[in-house]
Design a protein around this ligand. Structure first.
Ligand SMILES: C[S@@+](CC[C@H](N)C(=O)[O-])C[C@H]1O[C@@H](n2cnc3c(N)ncnc32)[C@H](O)[C@@H]1O
Length: 456
């Protein structure tokens, strides 16, 4: 064996997997499997992205790699995600209009996937407890052009009193012992021990105790981990079924080498087989556990107060936004607008009162009110992939490279002065301000990068 797996890990899985254990252990010496999902709201994507081999259970999923410093990545046309992680979103598969909570969301792989299913309709509450990680989540939500998401930075026990019986779907992609990460990130092995698995299971029980309260009667709770440990997988589900008797495990369609979960690794309850196991020795992927819990239908949803996510716009702000929307977008695509300080947001409908929570983003960032003018946000440009804007300017590849590096660039002709959504290869890349033949650079400072020859 090349990879130095912990001895206790080897002993444990030899005992659990019997004849299959050597194939399982040998899979850790194979290279990790990479993949990406295409963003369904982006149009005219090149064949280099769409023609790669598909992931069997996820129509937007492909095997392969898209570089971080590429147009496809920067414009939000793709999200890099290893293929077995795609099984989580594919199992949740919310309908447009659903109210969805992603409780443990950073860096945003599952959130961006759930958003693809929602198609901008309904509500996506995406939460991350960790203050640093919530920033990365927000960057990915913006990059993927998600229009109807609220980003929260909270612990599950502070969310459950605000959202009782509220969501059609709740996803708990639980913090776990990460055994399915060993191949991609061998450093993950240094935290691993039999005790660590137990610690993770304890934390998962705490998270699930709050998560179940937020599922509406008849709604679903999708639970997933990227670990193989039965304590965090089948045994966790066995505990949920016993502790919360109004929840049951629903069957999941299993394609492409996905297997039934193992009741014999928990209390033998045959219902546990409805869960799904993704093993790297049986399929191309790093490994996951996914289960779909359904809450019995019952009492009606509790009615609560409505959201108060910011200030109303002054009449001057309304005018500045209206002028921008008419002149540049050509339509007024949002109804519920609020300001937080000088920032303008479009908030999704249907939220309860969030006053007591730490709201990291109340909705889609539309822009900033400066003195007597409005400056559109990068997030708004990236959320416009499927709109024909009144003012849109196609730029060439070398101009895109200058743009993401923070440089101004020159056009061959001078169009009318003002804001333009810029596109490269039909993908939105930001708002630029045209003055004469010059495009002034508004690419966010913290996201700037240099494209090298080796990135191609
Ligand atoms: C497996 S990761 C989520 C990955 C993410 N769903 C994705 O697809 O990109 C689990 C997340 O749970 C967060 N977390 C850790 N402890 C938590 C807790 N007690 N309650 C809620 N979330 C927690 C971690 O910070 C981490 O971001």
């Amino acid at each position: 064996m090349i990879v130095n797996l912990p001895q206790d890990f080897i002993i444990k899985y030899r005992s659990l997997l019997g004849d299959e254990a050597e194939d399982f252990l040998a899979s850790f010496d194979q290279p990790s499997t990479t993949g990406y999902r295409v963003n369904p709201s982006h149009r005219n994507l090149p064949a280099s992205v769409t023609a790669a081999k598909s992931v069997p259970y996820e129509p937007w999923g492909h095997f392969g790699t898209v570089k971080g410093r590429s147009l496809m990545h920067q414009s939000g046309a793709v999200y890099s995600q290893e293929p077995s992680a795609m099984f989580v979103g594919a199992t949740a598969a919310p309908q447009p209009g659903d109210k969805v909570l992603d409780l443990c969301a950073a860096p945003g792989g599952k959130t961006t996937h759930l958003a693809s299913y929602l198609q901008g309709q309904g509500l996506l509450v995406t939460n991350e407890i960790n203050r640093k990680r919530v920033k990365v989540l927000a960057e990915n939500v913006e990059r993927f052009g998600i229009r109807s998401a609220v980003i929260l930075n909270e612990s599950p026990d502070r969310l459950s009193p605000i959202f009782p019986d509220f969501f059609d779907k709740v996803l708990v992609d639980a913090p776990c012992s990460g055994e399915g990460m060993f191949r991609k990130d061998p450093a993950a092995m240094q935290y691993w021990s039999l005790d660590y698995v137990q610690e993770c299971a304890d934390r998962q029980r705490e998270i699930m105790t709050e998560a179940v309260k937020m599922v509406k009667p008849g709604g679903q709770l999708i639970y997933s981990t990227c670990t193989f440990a039965p304590e965090e997988d089948e045994q966790m589900m066995a505990w949920v079924l016993k502790t919360f008797p109004d929840f049951h495990l629903a069957p999941i369609t299993k394609l492409g080498g996905v297997s039934d979960a193992r009741p014999d690794w928990a209390d033998g309850n045959p219902e546990l087989a409805n869960g799904a196991r993704l093993f790297p020795q049986r399929m191309a992927g790093e490994g996951h556990f996914v289960a779909k819990l359904v809450r019995d239908a019952g009492s009606a949803m509790t009615v609560r107060g409505t959201a108060d996510l910011g200030q109303r716009l002054t009449s001057e702000q309304q005018g500045l936004w209206r002028d921008f929307a008419q002149q540049v977008i050509g339509q007024q695509p949002f109804t519920d607008l609020v300001t937080v300080k000088d920032q303008l947001f479009a908030v999704p409908a249907g939220l309860p009162d969030l006053k007591r929570l730490h709201v990291f983003r109340p909705g889609l960032h539309l822009g900033t009110f400066k003195k007597n003018r409005f400056e559109p946000a990068y997030a708004l440009a990236l959320a416009s992939a499927d709109w024909d804007l009144k003012r849109s300017l196609a730029i060439a590849d070398d101009q895109w490279r200058a743009w993401v590096h923070g440089e101004t660039f020159t056009l061959d002709e001078a169009p009318a002065k003002g804001w333009y959504r810029l596109t490269a290869a039909d993908q939105p890349v930001g708002f630029g301000k045209v003055v004469g033949q010059t495009v002034k650079n508004f690419f966010p400072k913290g996201l700037r990068f240099m494209v090298y020859e080796t990135d191609e």
